[in-house]
Design a binder for this molecule. Sequence first.
Ligand SMILES: Cc1cc2nc3c(=O)[nH]c(=O)nc-3n(C[C@H](O)[C@H](O)[C@H](O)COP(=O)(O)OP(=O)(O)OC[C@H]3O[C@@H](n4cnc5c(N)ncnc54)[C@H](O)[C@@H]3O)c2cc1C
Length: 466
Amino acid sequence: MKTYDFLVLGGGSAGFNAARVAAGLGLKTAVVDGARDLGGLCILRGCMPSKTLLYTAEVLHRAQQGGKFGLKIPSARPNMRAIHARKVKLIGEFAAYRKQALANAKFDLIRAYARFRDAHTLELTNGQVLRARHVLISTGSKVSVPPVPGLADATAWTSDEVLDLDFVPPSVLVLGGGIVACELAQFLRRIGTQVTLIQRSPHLLRDHSPEASAVVRQAFEDEGIECFTGTQIERITQTQQGTAVTFLQGGKRRTRRAAHLFNALGREPNTAGLNLGAAGVRTRPDGQIIINRWQQTSVPHIYAGGDCSGPHEIVHLAIQQGELAARHAAGLKSLKPLDGSLLLSVVFTDPQLATIGRLERELDAAGQPYRSASYPFNDHGKSILMEANYGYVKVLAEPKRGRILGAEIVGRDAGELIHAFSGPLAMRATVFDLLRAPWYHPTLAEIITYPLEELADQIRPPTKPA
Ligand SMILES: Cc1cc2nc3c(=O)[nH]c(=O)nc-3n(C[C@H](O)[C@H](O)[C@H](O)COP(=O)(O)OP(=O)(O)OC[C@H]3O[C@@H](n4cnc5c(N)ncnc54)[C@H](O)[C@@H]3O)c2cc1C
């Protein structure tokens, strides 16, 4: 029976990067992945196709807004076949690159699905049985179908189908108000679909602040997306014309109909088929694998990373988790666990919503004192000339020395702007450090200096000359 030092189940973002690091550290490593198309969720059906389409929809939207800039653009309409073909081509290229990296790596690639026979033995669907000193479970996530009445029997699209559209659907009911729901609802609206978004939580993007969510919602409604939040779905019925969703909101019963239904209610860990019980690996009730700060599961030589263990479905974290697991398994000394105070998140709606570090909700819960200051995009020269008026930049800092604790940006290109804080936060910089840095005029990034200046004044008020 073949034995590996480090056996990786799943060759997506977490698994591929873990295997690369493990093999580089001299561990005899293999990746087992049974997918017909290799590449993982991010490349094939996640980040990359969604951002390709969202960017296209943004270009279209800007062209349609040409009048605001004094431009006559007689017609700006989507050619869905061309949009689809471009997406297929780009994703094909990204996936081919990853496949090549997987095939030409210093580790073995085995095209099969795996399940545990015991804590050191894996059975593969190709009949092979492998032994492993260490295992990394990085099997990702799958779309969940929560027990909403009628959902299981309805014909519902998932993000996979929306990302593969080659026509403009006339109307879509979007169930959910998380990141995928919001990003793709706006894509659909911008290509010309009538979109109704129905969400259970009281505000869109419930993991974010109500203030930030309200800006995104305003932009959505200005573009003609009908949003219902704080709802309870009573039933989903399939009709000849499409789907009807009946729900309660504020004591009122409403029904909305559309040609298509999009289930964007979230994803769940893809762990059910792994026979984790045989290995003694513990999970939460939803199948999420329980890990410690070194990515070890309840069985110390078995690690987990990426969407199957969470706690966030974010690619750069999946990569960091996989790499950490590999280094830990290799016995490297002086490792550091991932720093939760550096959590970075981006929602690619327009306006984008990006956060880093710790914000009010978390700081209040921890009883940690802070100062905060914010500045709106509609009062900043560069954003005004760009007609990018939605949103604000908010910065939070520790009240004595002014160390930056977190930032929230809602606005044009917030996903790029937030990186102005990544390095400084990692280096534990203060608002005074950031104010010593140069900020070019006129840029969008320059807006960040206004809340920084306000915080500097709050923390060390300017003294009058003697
Ligand atoms: C529409 C959409 C947009 C997104 N956009 C973003 C974004 O902009 N930014 C961001 O950071 N994140 C985004 N995400 C989330 C991101 O894609 C995921 O967090 C990330 O891809 C998860 O990587 P992973 O390695 O955990 O899993 P995956 O990449 O899903 O890899 C899991 C692999 O395991 C394999 N596998 C499954 N079971 C077995 C088994 N039993 N044996 C062997 N192999 C197995 C699968 O074939 C698969 O290749 C998005 C997700 C979606 C759905």
